[in-house]
Design a binder for this molecule. Structure first.
Ligand code: C5P
Length: 218
């Protein structure tokens, strides 16, 4: 893969439902960057496992990733809690993580020419995927606030799930994502901490924008 030179690269790591996806979207729009929500790839694989328990295996996953289109990651049926849990289980597998790696590298370092760069968010973006990113943000919020936000999203999507179930699910996923052996979620020293517990989307983006504009000399 040929890396494009002089592009803007933004890497974001965060626990589930901390607002990283929303900020990545706002950053992508404002700075004209290709956006990749890497959790969607793991969700897609997690969903494949739920739907094809017998066929599911490395070669099956590899084929799917080789033919992966960004558009298929927009599918709303990736947004259920069941799929998220399945995603966090398959995400522990080193071989699967390596398969996803190549796709992420291409998006990060070689986005289509119409974009000025890329913004990726996930759990291991700063630590593994885009270690030399121009901007590194670690976005977080309290478990309670994240659960409230996710519960509201599920309600809007008409999902049948209680607040308590959402809280429990996020707590378990936090634990699994932080303690797993490969690509665990952790904050690096060189990333900027943004705590969105008491911040609105707008205020959060304003903070990020100040940091980015300063370095980009805008
Ligand atoms: O971000 P989202 O909640 O959609 O991610 C679903 C799951 O995918 C996470 O709980 C995590 O286990 C996995 N994931 C990962 N590495 C990433 C992004 C997501 O392991 N870069």
């Amino acid at each position: 893969m040929k890396k494009r030179k002089n592009i803007i690269t933004v890497a974001i790591d965060s626990p589930a439902a901390a607002g990283a996806g929303t900020q990545a979207r706002l950053i992508a729009k404002h700075y004209n960057l290709l956006q990749l929500d890497t959790g969607r790839i793991y969700r897609l694989i997690g969903k494949l496992k739920l739907e094809n328990p017998k066929k599911f295996g490395y070669s099956f996953v590899k084929k799917k990733i080789n033919n992966l289109r960004l558009k298929s990651l927009q599918n709303k049926n990736l947004l259920s809690d069941k799929v998220a849990i399945s995603a966090s289980i398959i995400a522990k597998d080193k071989k699967i993580r390596n398969m996803v790696h190549q796709f992420q590298q291409k998006c990060a370092y070689s986005p289509p020419i119409r974009y000025a760069g890329s913004v990726l968010d996930g759990r291991d973006i700063i630590t593994v995927q885009v270690r030399d990113a121009m901007f590194k943000f670690y976005i977080t919020a309290s478990l309670k606030v994240r659960s409230k936000r996710r519960f509201k999203e599920y309600k809007n999507l008409k999902k049948k799930i209680t607040y308590k179930e959402v809280l429990k699910s996020l707590r378990n996923r936090d634990k699994s994502d932080r303690q797993r052996k490969y690509g665990p979620l952790k904050k690096t020293k060189d990333s900027i901490l943004i705590n969105t517990t008491k911040l609105s989307r707008k205020r959060c983006f304003e903070k990020i924008k100040v940091i980015m504009d300063r370095k980009l000399n805008i």
